[in-house]
Design a protein around this ligand. Structure first.
Ligand SMILES: Cc1cc2nc3c(=O)[nH]c(=O)nc-3n(C[C@H](O)[C@H](O)[C@H](O)COP(=O)(O)O)c2cc1C
Length: 391
C-alpha cells in the first residue's frame, strides 16, 4: 500500500516494463554463476525490484539441456519470472523465446548484448554483436515477435560498444526501441574496458536523450543505495541495474528500496546476521542443486570473501570457509566466527567482485571491417552458437 506521504517522497515512479509494473525501479543484474533462484530469493526477500536469472544460451535452451533448464528455474512464489537469453542467430533466439513463451516459463525476457568474455565475443556474441546492425535488429525483432504472442516484454542489455572507436549503444538503443523492446539497459563500459576503471555514466544520460519512448536503465558501479540515487540524478535514467554491489550483500536491495522511497535507513548487519545469511544461502543452494550438497558447497565458496569483506575474520577461518564441503561443516565454521562483531562500516562497503584490466576484445575474423553482415557470416555464426550455458 502506498500512502500519499510515501508517494510524494518517491524518487522515481514505478518502472514500467511492457505490462509489468515494478514498484521499486531496481533490477538485479543477470550474473552467470551467481543469480540463480537461490541467490535471487535471498535478494528479493530484502526489497522490491526485478530479479533477472543468469544468462542462458538460446541453443542450450532449444536443446533442453538440464543445465539450461536449471538456469531458467524459478521458485513457485517468484514473480515476475525473469530470464536472460544469449545468442547470435535470430532463428535460434526466436525458437528459444517461443519455447519460453509457449511453455509459460517467463514473464520477462532480457537479451544479452553486454557480455565481454572472450569465449562469447570470439563468436560474435554479447558486447560485440550490436556492431553488426542488421544482425542485432534481426535478433531483437525475432525475440519481440515471439514474445509478443503472449504479451511478454523483451528488454535489451548492452554495453557502450566494442571500444571507444566502435561505439554502438546509441544506434542499438534506438533500434531496440523501434523493434518493440520494452526497455534498454546500459552497462556504461565498452567491451574493451571489461570491468576495469569506472563506468561512464554520461553515456547513460546520452542514451536517455536518444531513447524517448521506453525506460532507460543505468548500470555500472552501484555499490550503495546512494550511488543509485546519484546515477538517477546525473543521468535521468528510469531505473538502475545492480550487479557486483550485491555480491555477499543481498540486503543492498533493502537499502535501494528505502532510498527510492526517500528513506535514510540502511541495513548494517553485524557478523551474526552475515553468518546466518551465508548458512541460509548454503541451504537454498543445496535445494537449488537438487540436494547435491557438494556442488552447492562448491558454489557457496565463491561468495565467502564477498560476505566477509571488512569483517574481522582471521585468515585460517577464511581459508577453511573457502574450502567448505558440507552444510554441517559450514555451520560449524560459521559458529566459530566472532559473531558479536558489529557492522564494520566503510571496510564492508565500496567496490567488490570482478574487476579485471582492459583488454582488446576477441572478435571473429574481419568483424570490425564492416558493420554489414553477409549470408556467409550469418551461416558461420549459426554454426558457432554456443551450446553451453553461463559464462
Ligand atoms: C560474475 C559476473 C557474471 C555476469 N554474468 C552476466 C550475464 O550472465 N549476463 C549479462 O548480461 N551480464 C552479466 N554480467 C554483467 C552484469 O550484469 C553487470 O552488467 C556488470 O557487472 C556491471 O554492473 P555492476 O557494476 O553493478 O556490477 C556479469 C557480471 C559478473 C560480475
Amino acid at each position: 500500500m502506498t500512502t500519499s506521504a510515501q508517494a510524494t517522497s518517491r524518487v522515481l515512479p514505478p518502472l514500467r516494463i511492457g505490462p509489468l509494473e515494478v514498484d521499486t525501479p531496481v533490477v538485479l543484474a543477470p550474473m552467470a554463476g551467481i543469480t540463480n533462484a537461490a541467490f535471487r530469493r535471498l535478494c528479493r526477500e530484502h526489497g522490491g525490484g526485478l530479479y533477472v536469472a543468469e544468462m542462458v544460451t538460446s541453443r542450450a535452451l532449444v536443446e533442453r539441456t538440464p543445465e539450461s533448464l536449471r538456469i531458467i528455474h524459478h521458485d513457485p512464489d517468484e514473480t515476475p519470472r525473469s530470464v536472460q537469453v544469449y545468442g547470435v542467430d535470430p532463428a535460434t533466439i526466436g525458437a528459444a523465446v517461443r519455447m519460453l513463451v509457449e511453455e509459460d516459463r517467463a514473464d520477462h525476457i532480457d537479451m544479452n548484448f553486454g557480455c565481454p568474455v572472450p569465449k562469447v565475443t570470439r563468436k560474435g556474441g554479447g558486447a560485440v554483436l550490436p556492431w553488426k546492425r542488421d544482425l542485432f535488429r534481426n535478433i531483437v525483432r525475432a525475440a519481440v515477435r515471439e514474445a509478443s504472442r503472449r504479451d511478454i516484454p523483451v528488454t535489451v542489455k548492452m554495453r557502450k560498444g566494442i571500444d571507444d572507436d566502435h561505439l554502438t549503444y546509441l544506434d542499438a538503443g534506438r533500434m531496440a526501441e523501434r523493434e518493440g523492446a520494452a526497455a534498454v539497459a546500459l552497462h556504461a563500459r565498452t567491451a574493451a574496458e571489461y570491468y576495469s576503471g569506472t563506468a561512464d555514466w554520461t553515456a547513460i544520460a546520452r542514451l536517455k536523450e536518444a531513447v524517448t519512448t521506453i525506460p532507460v536503465l543505468g548500470n555500472g558501479d552501484i555499490w550503495a543505495a546512494e550511488d543509485a540515487l546519484t546515477m538517477v540524478e546525473q543521468t535521468g535514467c528510469d531505473g538502475v541495474v545492480v550487479g557486483r554491489g550485491c555480491q555477499g550483500r543481498p540486503w543492498l536491495f533493502a537499502d535501494l528500496q528505502a532510498a527510492f522511497e526517500g528513506r535514510a535507513d540502511r541495513v548494517q548487519p553485524g557478523l551474526r546476521v552475515v553468518a546466518d545469511t551465508i548458512y541460509r544461502h548454503g541451504e537454498l543452494m543445496v535445494r537449488f542443486f537438487g540436494d547435491d550438497e557438494q556442488k552447492a558447497m562448491r558454489e557457496i565458496r565463491k561468495h565467502m570473501a564477498w560476505y566477509l569483506k571488512g569483517y574481522p575474520v582471521g585468515g585460517d577461518l577464511r581459508r577453511s570457509l573457502g574450502l567448505v564441503e558440507t552444510l554441517a561443516q559450514l555451520r560449524e565454521l560459521l559458529d566459530s566466527l566472532p559473531l558479536d562483531e558489529p557492522y564494520p562500516g566503510a571496510a564492508a562497503e565500496g567496490a567488490r567482485g570482478r574487476q579485471g584490466t582492459p583488454k582488446r576484445p576477441a572478435c571473429p575474423d574481419g568483424w570490425l571491417d564492416t558493420q554489414e553482415i553477409t549470408p556467409d557470416l550469418e551461416e558461420r555464426l549459426r554454426e558457432a552458437e554456443l551450446s553451453v550455458s553461463g559464462g
